[in-house]
Write a protein that binds this ligand. Structure first.
Ligand code: NAD
Length: 361
């Protein structure tokens, strides 16, 4: 066999735009807030829900792996990668429940979107605000398929950073009219109630979790505590309720009494990840669960009866972050504010990286 004299590299399917080679757009927290305020928070959650549903419809196209965690005494740092073959994305995210007492966020994040054909990043974005929006959007997608159609009241336990996003998503997309809030810290409940004033939601501050779930057709648990907590006990969950369990998302960190899980039909994102991180870590490894994307595509039933208890055992999966990053990327291409990052070395002769360094003086 003769060795080839030259190597012909495949041309990218869609050539990069000149700006994609010159700089990497960076969407800061400031830029993200401006973008979301200009579009409207509720409309942003709805748009992200559409994106996420879209990605769930083409779930088999995605390279799916459980996120890579690095656990420590106070929390976890995780990398969440995925690709649909055209683009690759990852999120860096932490979860540190003890941070709140230090005056820090429990969850912070940033992420990258890159072209698969060149490997060049096309977006670097803050994702702390974006995660709260995409988590609400994912909850809404699940509830659209699983919650009772006539639901108007949601009980919400945990009134921290995620709370208002969840409340607004359910109000805007699913028509929830009343939110019954409870947090172990009354100051957090009061904060969320204050923030939700004027949104059209009737907000009821509840002194106990029992009061928060009374009369609710949907119950969202969104607490942060690095232990197997019992935010909801079995007797607090009646027939027909949809549970949107957000806070149990790490080994040894759950919110629901095990008996509830045994009475519920359970829906998950990526089973391999949820069995380690979600509420179902309390169950046998072969306990039946349904993947949410199968419900979205009509391959599996969602809610089938009035008395059925449905549980979305949410932990957050890379495909949702990928969907959110593509939405931000489109917004940047439509002119949304961003900074230009000099992130990629760009010598005139791609092989002359050294010469570029020397010429820089
Ligand atoms: P946060 O620290 O801002 O708020 C948590 C709130 O829970 C606090 O106000 C705290 O007082 C309250 N709380 C703790 N234990 C409670 C209890 N037993 N009963 C009632 N309230 C209680 O955290 P956050 O950013 O709002 O996140 C909430 C949870 O959601 C975290 O556990 C986080 O890891 C998780 N999360 C999940 C996803 C997902 O995709 N599933 C995404 C983001 C965050």
């Amino acid at each position: 066999m003769t060795a080839p004299t030259s190597v012909t590299l495949p041309a990218p399917v869609t050539p990069p735009e000149p700006s994609e080679l010159a700089y990497v757009p960076f969407v800061s927290v400031h830029d993200m807030m401006a973008l979301v305020r200009s579009r409207g928070i509720e409309r942003t959650i709805a748009a992200l829900a559409d994106r996420i549903e879209d990605c769930f419809r083409r779930w088999p196209d995605f390279h799916r792996v459980a996120r890579v965690p690095s656990h420590s005494r106070d929390g976890v740092i995780e990398l969440m990668p995925t690709s649909d073959g055209d683009h690759y994305g990852f999120k860096y995210v932490n979860g540190h429940p003890a941070n709140m007492a230090r005056g820090y966020q429990t969850v912070t994040a940033f992420g990258v979107l890159a072209r698969v054909d060149t490997g060049y990043p096309v977006l670097l974005s803050e994702m702390t605000v974006l995660t709260a929006l995409r988590t609400a959007a994912t909850s809404v997608v699940a509830a659209k398929h699983l919650a009772p159609k006539d639901a108007t009241v949601m009980g919400m336990i945990g009134a921290g950073a995620q709370c208002e996003f969840q409340a607004l998503g359910f109000h805007h997309v699913l028509g929830i009219r009343e939110i019954r809030l409870h947090d172990v810290d009354p100051a957090a409940t009061a904060k969320a109630a204050r923030n939700l004033q004027g949104t059209g939601l009737r907000v009821v501050e509840c002194a106990t979790p029992e009061d928060a779930v009374a009369g609710a057709q949907i119950v969202t648990t969104c607490t942060a505590d690095k232990r197997n907590a019992t935010v909801l006990s079995d007797n607090m969950v009646g027939a027909g309720v949809h549970l949107n369990a957000i806070g149990g998302d790490c080994p040894g960190k759950t919110e629901l009494a095990r008996d509830i899980l045994l009475r519920a039909d359970i829906f998950v994102e990526h089973p391999e990840q949820t069995r380690v991180e979600g509420e179902i870590q309390q169950l046998d490894p072969d306990h039946p669960v349904t993947e949410l994307w199968r419900v979205v595509t009509g391959q599996a039933p969602g809610r089938t009866g009035r008395d059925q208890i449905t549980l979305f055992d949410s932990v957050g999966f890379a495909v949702e972050d990928f969907a959110a990053l593509t939405w931000v990327h489109d917004a940047v291409r439509d002119g949304a504010a961003h900074e230009r990052l000099d992130l990629l070395a760009d010598p005139d002769d791609p092989r002359d990286l050294f010469g570029m360094l020397m010429r820089s003086g």
